[in-house]
Ligand binder design. Structure first.
Ligand code: M6R
Length: 366
């Protein structure tokens, strides 16, 4: 049942080329400039009536929501708030008939997310569920559903569900951006082309993991780790830290790199592993100067950067290269080394990777 893999988590990490391909099928026509969501069938008029989007979810799905905010705000130019479901449901959110509430849930059964969805509906919002399970409670409650086609995810740690959620959020942003006229054809076309390359690029990354195994063994003995990035890299850093905590029990924190000086730098001492994501061109120089700051404190720095970025090796102890792609697509690739680092660190520490202590796959109680 694990298809020759030692754990479901590893099997699911390796299923990502397929789950991404399946989630694109029928939605990213090869010679088109855009995205098709026949299950949505939204119109320009309908989209003109939406002035705010709320994204609500828990855990990894919440992290996909943070990436979704960047996508929707930058490509479709609609203000987006992202909430943790257990906060949203109790904070009297200012949701109304001109809002769209998107809930993201792999299982479609998370109780806080379901309650948040009901609350958004009660307040008059349109609702859309992004979920992996057909017929789940959340899929039945929402006005509309976009499915991720990750296939069953068994390991408690979410991997392939996350990348398909990122993909759906990006496709949605392209779709809405085209409807609203905020995204031009040429840019949409470039993103669509980039999407077609992603499964093969993931495949390539997953073929070459020896270096990651070595790093994971090395920092598997640390008690703390930090993940830094700016912009979309920060959103991915959050997911990297959660993965590591959840299965290896190493205390991990993600910080927006610019926040370092506001407190966290005090914790950076010799030998502490710091993973720096540096894939976002607009903030690249600033990220690299943060990298130098942690290096100056003798942290053990692993950078995640695009292939061909030769300069970063001067500053980091190690670099994990990911294939080149558009900045919006980078999270789909940059998270893979983080998933693998968490997996191999957990293995080194003898943890029960698929069933981490105290956690359940689906949180159906509050
Ligand atoms: O099924 P859901 O997507 O609603 O689950 C949400 C979280 O419980 C889930 O993502 C959790 O954080 C994972 N164990 C993370 O790997």
């Amino acid at each position: 049942e694990k298809g020759g893999f030692e754990h479901f988590m590893l099997k699911e990490i390796y299923e990502q080329p397929k789950s991404i391909r399946d989630t694109m099928t029928g939605r990213v026509p090869k010679d088109s400039h855009g995205i098709e969501f026949t299950e949505l069938g939204w119109t320009e008029e309908e989209m003109a009536g939406i002035n705010k989007i709320f994204i609500v979810a828990c855990g990894t799905a919440y992290h996909a929501g943070i990436v979704g905010k960047y996508y929707l705000e930058q490509l479709a130019r609609i203000p987006v708030e992202v909430d943790i479901a257990s906060e949203f449901r109790y904070r009297s959110p200012l949701v109304d008939g001109n809002s769209l509430t998107i809930v993201i849930s792999q299982s479609g059964e998370t109780s806080d997310t379901l309650a948040a969805l009901k609350e958004a509906k009660r307040l008059g919002s349109r609702t859309l569920a992004v979920t992996n399970v057909v017929g789940s409670s959340i899929s039945r409650e929402a006005d509309q559903v976009v499915y991720t086609y990750a296939g069953p995810e068994i390991a408690v740690a979410s991997t392939k569900a996350y990348t398909t959620q990122l993909l759906v959020m990006l496709m949605l942003a392209i779709y809405v951006g085209r409807l609203r006229g905020t995204l031009d054809i040429a840019k949409a076309h470039k993103l669509v082309e980039g999407l077609h390359d992603i499964p093969e690029q993931i495949h390539k990354l997953l073929e070459n993991v020896d270096q990651i195994k070595v790093f994971a063994t090395r920092y598997g003995s640390s008690e703390d780790a930090f993940f830094l990035g700016r912009s979309l890299d920060y959103a991915v850093a959050l997911e990297g830290a959660l993965k590591l905590k959840e299965i290896s029990y190493i205390h991990a924190e993600a910080y927006a790199a610019g926040e370092l000086k506001h407190g966290t730098l005090a914790l950076i001492v010799e030998g502490v592993p710091v993973i720096v994501l540096a894939t976002q061109p607009d903030v690249y120089d600033k990220t690299v100067s943060n990298l130098q700051e942690v290096k100056a404190r003798e942290a053990m720095v692993i950078a995640i950067a695009f292939e061909g970025d030769d300069s970063i090796a001067k500053y980091a102890d190690h670099v994990i290269f990911i294939p080149r792609t558009d900045k919006y697509l980078a999270p789909l690739l940059a998270v893979l080394p983080l998933q693998l680092l968490a997996y191999y660190a957990a293995l080194t520490r003898g943890c029960d990777v698929d069933k981490p202590r105290n956690l359940a796959k689906s949180v159906t109680v509050e």
